[in-house]
Ligand binder design. Structure first.
Ligand SMILES: Nc1nc2c(c(=O)[nH]1)N[C@H]1C(S)=C(S)[C@@H](COP(=O)(O)O)O[C@H]1N2
Ligand SMILES: [Mo]
Length: 511
């Protein structure tokens, strides 16, 4: 064998890159038919998110905002390109080392699809097809650049430039077309049409009208009801699950007298009720943005649980989303008539926005979202704590997640007169109720602020006050006291494992 025969650097690079393109293109194509999230690229990206700490997911959502997922995809693409280049370079003499790398990538894709609970066995076809395509293209290109000598001695120098260009462009174009077809077929089953077909939702039991002093927007607080486009969003979904009402169902099983399954129409045709509930995230730092308030429309979750009949000894309501995310709630909180746990299908008169859980989600007042608010919910299992472990539990977060009483400063506005500063913000203690909010300037005495009207114990309250201070820089701190008599502790703790504490403090400049 001629020791000098080896691929040039660009030939090796092209072999690796085109094999990668073919694998991803074919994988995406097949995924279009067997389940969009089975696309090896999407599945591996999802796997990365699923194995990132909650704080990282929340941090990424906060700092990168809606760019977090595109940036993750870009990062993954860069890593894959580097691996493809490596596969080419280690195979400059013989194809085997590169074939092994392509095969290992394929195994990673198969594994990432295999662990998804929302995909059936057939979805494994996507990563398997991708692996086969990658191996075939890699092997074939290697041979193309380095034909075995006994084939045709005149060609043992390798193919000419024109042939290389045509071959490379054809493989790249084929991969691109395959990916596009997969994208088109896979995302065509869009939920937006289904959502539009639902129309406005009207409650039989409406929430009380909002009193005029439910917020102090004029002093800089958020509006009492958060417009759904501004409602904070936290989830692990790389691709927002697209579930059409006709494909949705909710199964209740486990420690029940009889297993029950509901369709969307079963839920929608019941008398609907409305409830104002403020939702917040355990990953909210002191002063953070992950809190919003909506008028939810749906039904009492306990009615459905009563129809199934919860058996004695049940501890946990274990909810699963269509994308496989899971959540555990104490069964008592879901059954408590005074708690008002809901299966919600709408927000502010409209069907749920798709990113907030269309067609249906859980909302339970007084508990952080990660232990209560399953979006795209499709399965409720009544079980014990020992038998099922929810998504964030295995990642260091607390089992029970009661919302901690908190307050936030939203605005400090120097008023017309020298020294006068208007300070305003929000406070929350869902299911307990806010009793008072006080602020303190520098180390001065605490003074009570004006509170907005209370619409329910499950919603946030707004507050405002005016302080008179000397010109210059001051520190303003806020603390809330809830209706159980508890006043927020000054002790600062971080969000892990069960929510941050401490007083929100900001600097003010008075004229
Ligand atoms: N399916 C699913 N539901 C989910 C989550 C998720 O990652 N996946 N995140 C939960 C968390 S941590 C919070 S705080 C709330 C946020 O709900 P929102 O995005 O509608 O504000 O949803 C909860 N429901
Ligand atoms: Mo959360």
């Amino acid at each position: 064998m001629d020791e000098e025969r080896r691929l040039t650097f660009p030939q090796a690079a092209l072999t690796g890159l085109l094999a990668l393109a073919a694998a991803l293109g074919v994988g995406h194509l097949v995924a279009g038919f067997v389940g969009y999230t089975a696309s090896p690229f999407v599945a591996v990206a999802n796997f990365v998110i699923d194995h990132s700490p909650h704080a990282v997911v929340a941090w990424a959502e906060r700092t990168l905002e809606t760019w977090d997922k595109p940036i993750l995809k870009l990062g993954l693409a860069v890593v894959l390109v580097l691996i493809a280049l490596l596969a080419g370079q280690v195979s400059r003499r013989k194809p085997l080392p590169g074939q092994v790398i392509v095969g290992l990538l394929g195994v990673a894709g198969v594994a990432a699809v295999y662990v998804r609970t929302d995909l059936g066995q057939v979805s494994l076809l996507a990563p398997v097809a991708a692996t086969v395509a990658g191996l075939v293209v890699f092997t074939w290109l290697h041979r193309f650049f380095l034909p075995p000598v006994f084939f045709d001695p005149r060609e043992s120098e390798g193919p000419d430039r024109r042939k290389v260009l045509i071959t490379g462009a054809s493989v790249a174009a084929g991969a691109g077309v395959a990916a596009l077809v997969g994208e088109f077929v896979g995302t065509r089953k869009n939920a937006e049409e289904s959502r539009a077909a639902v129309g406005r939702l009207v409650a039989a039991r409406t929430a009380p009208p909002i009193p005029p002093d439910a917020d102090f927007v004029k002093f800089g607080t958020p509006p009492y009801l958060t417009p759904s486009k501004d409602f904070y969003r936290i989830d692990t979904a790389l691709v927002v699950p697209q579930v059409r009402t006709e494909d949705w169902s909710l199964r209740i099983h486990g420690m029940v007298d009889r297993e029950v399954t509901y369709t969307y129409d079963d839920i929608r045709s019941r008398p609907l009720l409305e409830r104002d509930v403020t939702l917040c995230c355990v990953s909210n730092e002191v002063g953070g943005p992950y809190i919003s308030n909506a008028r939810w429309i749906g039904i009492d979750l306990r009615d459905l649980l009563a129809e199934a009949g919860v058996k004695p000894g049940a501890e946990q309501l274990f909810a699963t989303s269509v994308d496989g995310w899971t959540c555990g709630t104490p069964v008592g909180a879901a059954l408590d008539p005074g708690r008002g746990a809901m299966l919600a299908i709408g927000m502010d008169g409209e069907p749920l926005p798709i990113e907030h859980g269309f067609p249906a989600r859980i909302v339970i007042p007084g508990l952080y979202g990660y232990v209560s608010a399953t979006k795209w919910v499709t399965d409720l299992e009544i079980t014990t704590w020992k038998d099922r472990e929810a998504y964030w539990l295995g990642r260091g977060w607390g089992r029970e997640g009661p919302v901690k009483t908190q307050s936030r400063i939203d605005a400090t506005v120097a008023a017309g007169t020298a020294g006068k500063v208007v300070v305003s913000g929000i406070a929350w203690a869902q299911h307990t109720g806010v009793a008072k909010v006080e602020i303190r300037v520098d180390q001065g005495p605490w003074r009570e602020t004006v509170l907005s009207a209370e619409t329910s114990k499950d919603t946030w309250r707004m507050w405002w006050t005016e302080v008179d201070v000397a010109a210059g820089q001051h520190e303003v701190a806020v603390r809330a006291t809830d209706q159980s008599g508890y006043t927020q502790t000054e002790t600062r703790v971080g969000t892990v494992p069960d929510g941050a504490t401490g007083w929100h403090t900001v600097s003010v400049n008075a004229r």
